[in-house]
Design a protein around this ligand. Structure first.
Ligand SMILES: [Zn+2]
Length: 284
């Protein structure tokens, strides 16, 4: 069933677990995610990232995600990931998305607040949840654009500013920067749990962890215990899918393209099952 992000994360808060967000730039990735959630009877979030519009436009994949969510026996949120403008947000809402992220974190603080407020006003009128970002989420350059920079105080989310930001914008969830990066990790991540706790205490809303694939089981559990309710998990699953395809290609002759899509989907399904099991404390 299709649910808003707010509803999905409220239950997660009550149960002290996190809901996995999986990006769906292909039909296989969406089906792998839904099948994993159905197998485990766990809630999930299917996302279309605005940057993936180059791979598949939202007009094509969006209705598929909404349909998969409506037909699922588990709660599914359909979410726009890293939306950069109101036009894209409106497009997602028209298609039937139940949640959007507006990422105006590159703007000045005041501009970020104003942009997010405008999106919240529009989205809430349509019963759609909003996630926004404060602080700068960097990328490793592998599976994500290299944003460079490593000065923690400048990049990480300030807990006091987070409080002000949430009060002014009335968002439903906050993407906070506390040590994770997008893409494949080059160095072991160093997570700032104190900062995460302070942010969560100050905002009293669910915290979203971006760059959430590639952490250890212990790190996932710690972040959940410190207030993370949504984990954006994708790069490592996408890498696992590609590795499975590579192995299949090396082991078989006379290969057809459609066989590869099945191999990729099954690997994503297994990878997502492991992730969901950890996020929801269900055990693998
Ligand atoms: Zn992100």
């Amino acid at each position: 069933m299709l649910v808003t992000l707010k509803e999905n994360l409220k239950k997660a808060d009550e149960g002290n677990y996190a809901v996995g967000q999986f990006n769906c730039p292909t039909l296989e990735s969406a089906r792998g995610a839904i099948e994993a959630a159905e197998d485990l009877q766990a809630p999930i979030i299917l996302a279309h990232a605005e940057v993936h519009d180059e791979i598949i436009p939202i007009e094509l994949i969006g209705p598929v995600l909404v349909r998969l969510a409506k037909e699922a026996s588990v709660p599914v949120t359909v979410h726009l990931d890293h939306g950069t403008n109101l036009e894209m947000v409106k497009k997602a809402i028209d298609i039937g998305f139940s949640s959007v992220m507006i990422d105006a974190s590159v703007l000045t603080y005041e501009e970020n607040v104003n942009t997010v407020k405008e999106v919240v006003e529009y989205a809430h009128k349509n019963n759609v949840s909003v996630e926004a970002e404060l602080g700068v989420m960097t990328s490793s350059g592998i599976g994500g654009e290299d944003t460079g920079g490593d000065n923690e105080d400048e990049l990480y989310t300030d807990p006091d500013i987070a409080k002000d930001f949430v009060e002014k914008t009335n968002i439903d969830a906050l993407a906070a920067a506390f040590g994770t990066v997008h893409g494949i990790y080059v160095n072991k991540p160093n997570l700032d749990y104190d900062r995460l706790s302070k942010i969560h205490d100050n905002i009293q809303r669910p915290v979203v962890m971006h760059g959430g694939s590639g952490l250890s089981e212990e790190e996932y559990i710690n972040t959940i215990n410190h207030g993370v309710r949504k984990i954006n998990y994708y790069s490592y699953a996408a890498k696992a899918g590609a590795d499975a395809v590579k192995k299949y290609v090396n082991q078989h002759e006379d290969i057809f393209y459609h066989d590869l899509t099945v191999v990729a989907k099954e690997e994503l399904r297994n990878n997502y099952k492991k992730a969901i099991s950890i996020f929801t404390n269900k055990g693998v």
